[in-house]
Design a protein around this ligand. Structure first.
Ligand code: PEP
Ligand code: MN
Length: 340
């Protein structure tokens, strides 16, 4: 709509779209209001809309995804978390903690260590997606209870994974951000269930997913009414066994161009090797990542999962220091802990 469009003109456009058999989504922006049209299979004949009062232009979204695209919303989405923390703005938000919740002592010690180094969100899986059915599967509900305790003791926000649609509610009760893992990026019933919650979602890129597929999976969440979505680059499968995955840093500027959603980077799963995590975390910040997810364990040699890629608390503190310096160079800053 044009700058000067009135509320009545916007409302008339909405009614017209609905009369045409589609759904209308008005989106008031800083400069002007846009009205999104969803529910079409092919190109919409826009001539009827173009002539309406207050309509400035009709932009056809050329990508297969719609609501996640920059064409749909030009301003960055800010994901809002308790305590006033946001993801997608100037601040770079760091989430850190062990791969899995193992014991009360382990998660509390991890939480204190990452908080002391400056992380603002505690990560830790209670439900673990493991390649082998014989590997540690996580503590389940008990793990969630321990995360809740860690939140109470440290004030850190919590990000933890939901593995299936049935588990989403229980995770949402404890988590400030619901993580959907790489193996589940195209679990469409899980995406729909998570999209129906009103909790922010961290959606990780699948191990062999294209960026278009990642954005289409995010579209499922927005289509269910949840626009609080953070994307995560965590490395993709390649032919080279030198590292666990190929950490696709290019995805960060590519996603920023195609979508208004924030994207964070996970160099722990992205490389799989402890000594590669800090260099790639620095690179991710330099590439424009809106946050980092880092695996940290008080004793990585005793970790029940992903010990080889987990940093010690001391290594993590050094990573934070270096990333703060990089952030400053590009005019951003690493988010500081906030009171919850
Ligand atoms: C994790 O972050 O705990 C995890 C399992 O990561 P991914 O889904 O990226 O493999
Ligand atoms: Mn892990």
């Amino acid at each position: 709509m044009s700058h000067a469009a009135t509320a009545v003109e916007v409302e008339f456009v909405v009614k017209t779209i609905e009369e045409m058999g589609y759904q209308a989504r008005p989106m008031p922006g800083k400069q002007r209001t846009a009205v999104g049209l969803v529910g079409n299979d092919g190109k919409v004949d826009a001539s009827r809309l173009l002539g309406l009062d207050g309509v400035l232009e009709v932009i056809h979204v050329s990508q297969p995804y719609k609501q996640v695209s920059r064409e749909w919303q030009s301003e960055n989405t800010l994901v809002r978390l308790p305590g006033g923390l946001t993801i997608g703005g100037e601040e770079i938000v760091v989430m850190a903690g062990p791969c899995a919740v193992e014991t009360e002592a382990q998660i509390i010690e991890s939480a204190r260590a990452v908080r002391d180094a400056g992380a603002v969100i505690l990560r830790g899986g209670a439900f673990k997606p493991r390649t082998s059915p014989y590997s540690f599967q996580g503590l389940g509900k008990k793990g969630l209870a321990l995360l809740k305790k860690a939140r109470e003791e440290t004030g850190l926000l919590i990000v933890t994974e939901a593995l299936d649609p049935e588990g989403v509610e229980a995770v949402a009760d404890v988590a400030d951000i619901i993580q959907l893992g790489a193996r589940n990026m195209q679990n469409f019933s899980l995406l729909k269930a998570a999209g129906r919650t009103r909790k922010p979602i961290l959606l990780k890129r699948g191990i062999a997913a294209t960026i278009t597929e990642l954005l289409l999976s995010a579209e499922y969440l927005l289509a269910e009414g949840n626009d609080q979505v953070i994307l995560c680059e965590r490395g993709i499968r390649s032919f080279d066994p030198a590292t666990r995955n190929v950490f696709d840093l290019t995805a960060i500027p590519v996603v920023h161009r195609l979508s208004h959603l924030p994207i964070i980077a996970d160099p722990s799963h992205g490389t799989g090797l402890r000594d590669k995590v800090t260099p790639m975390a620095r690179a991710a910040v330099a590439a424009g990542a809106d946050g980092l997810m880092i695996e940290v364990h008080p004793r990585p040699d005793r970790a029940l999962s992903d010990g080889a890629q987990s940093l010690t608390p001391e290594q993590f503190a050094e990573l934070m220091k270096q990333c703060r310096a990089i952030a400053e160079v590009i005019g951003r800053r690493v988010a500081e802990p906030v009171g919850v």
